[in-house]
Design a protein around this ligand. Structure first.
Ligand code: PMP
Length: 361
């Protein structure tokens, strides 16, 4: 096999090696089917088993009650920025959004095309280094919903609690931390996530939507943008991304075999701690996020100068540690260490950081 380097990319991101190997082994001919998964019809029995098996494992992993629909959509999380308000925000209505980073701001931009958006809280003045405390959130009891971003991929800030929102439905973009830890699905009316970080390759977007939310979609919606279409047709109204769903099915099986979401969380905590410990014990590295809400998935930090950051990234790449450059909008370093990222790779980064500090600090 070609040697694999450590891939710290924020997404599309590393997939479990066992999953890649199974997909490779079965690529030309699915066992018992005699055709590649790339060739089969989405109306075939073989695909029925794949999508239904995937959904069953998702429900098991996240303990999703049957009054939630699990949808496999396309268009990425970015499409959900539009579909959420198009379906849930009535004409003349208003919605509460909490801003914790770049992704929540992108979500708001689309909601503003549909209705009034109230900023229920924002941590922008502190450059998004934390999430707001419950008492800092000003909610509108008449809002159609409250929207949060559970993990800000660019800033490396993750919610460390589910905000209390009374009877108003809570909607979450969980793209970059879904299934990285247990999730209290029943605290949310709708959860969406692009798959290409923790779930699957790019091309499929997961949506969990509580049944009562479906009645909110206005009459005359475009068919493909209406959640009802996908709920009624079990995500098979049109051709779904067959291959991405197939790989997701393998990843869900792998997650269950690894002990489910509780076990994933403890592995992720252990991995993230290896890097945060280096940051905390150093005056050379400076973590971006406050300790109580720093992300288990995207570890963001700075070096004393941009020049040192450039050298860090370039030497790390040469050492087989790829994708560490921070997002262009905030700079610095970002190590994305999703579920499938191996602990040895995190150990290698921690050792590299110590050595870089020793020689440049
Ligand atoms: N939300 C978050 C938190 C993200 O990290 C991303 C992608 N990095 C998106 C939304 C957009 O996702 P997509 O590219 O699937 O549209």
């Amino acid at each position: 096999m070609t040697e694999r380097i450590y891939n710290f990319s924020a997404g599309p991101a590393v997939l479990p090696l066992e999953v890649l190997e199974e997909a490779q082994r079965d690529l030309v001919s699915l066992p018992g089917v005699g055709m590649s998964v790339l060739e089969i019809s989405h109306r075939s029995k073989a695909f029925d088993e794949i999508i239904n098996g995937c959904e069953a494992d998702i429900r098991k992993l996240a303990r999703i009650p049957d009054y939630y629909h699990v949808l496999f959509l396309q268009g990425g999380a970015s499409m959900q920025f539009s579909m959420v308000p198009m379906n849930l925000l009535p004409a003349g209505g208003k919605a509460d959004y909490i801003i914790t980073g770049s992704w929540s701001k992108k979500a708001i931009k689309e909601a503003q095309r549909i209705g009034r958006v109230n900023i229920a809280a924002t941590t922008e003045a502190e450059n998004f280094k934390r999430v707001p405390k419950q008492e800092e959130i000003t909610l509108d009891a008449e809002a159609a919903y409250v929207h949060i971003t559970t993990n800000e991929t660019i800033h490396g800030v993750e919610w460390n609690y589910d905000p209390k929102v009374g009877d108003v439905p809570l909607v979450a973009d969980a793209s970059s931390d879904i299934f990285g830890r247990p999730i209290n699905v029943t605290n949310y009316a709708l959860i969406y996530a692009g798959a290409q970080k923790n779930l699957a390759p790019a091309g499929v977007t997961l949506v969990f939507i509580r049944d009562d939310m479906l009645s909110r979609s206005p009459q005359g919606m475009h068919t493909m943008l209406d959640y009802n279409t996908h709920a009624k047709n079990k995500s098979l109204y049109n051709t779904p991304p067959v291959f991405a769903i197939y790989v997701m099915r393998l990843v869900m099986k792998w997650l269950l075999e690894q002990g489910g979401l509780e076990a994933a969380e403890s592995r992720n905590k252990e991995k993230a701690k290896l890097i945060y410990d280096v940051i905390d014990s150093s005056r050379f590295y400076k973590g971006h996020a406050d300790a109580d809400c720093r992300s288990l998935m995207n570890v963001t930090f700075r070096l004393p100068s941009e020049d040192l950051e450039k050298q860090f990234v370039s030497e790390a790449t040469k050492a087989g540690l790829d994708g560490l450059k921070g997002h262009r909008s905030v700079g610095g370093i970002r190590a994305s260490i999703y579920n499938a990222f191996p602990k040895e790779g995190v150990e290698a980064l921690a050792a590299f950081m110590k050595e870089f500090e020793r020689t440049r600090g």
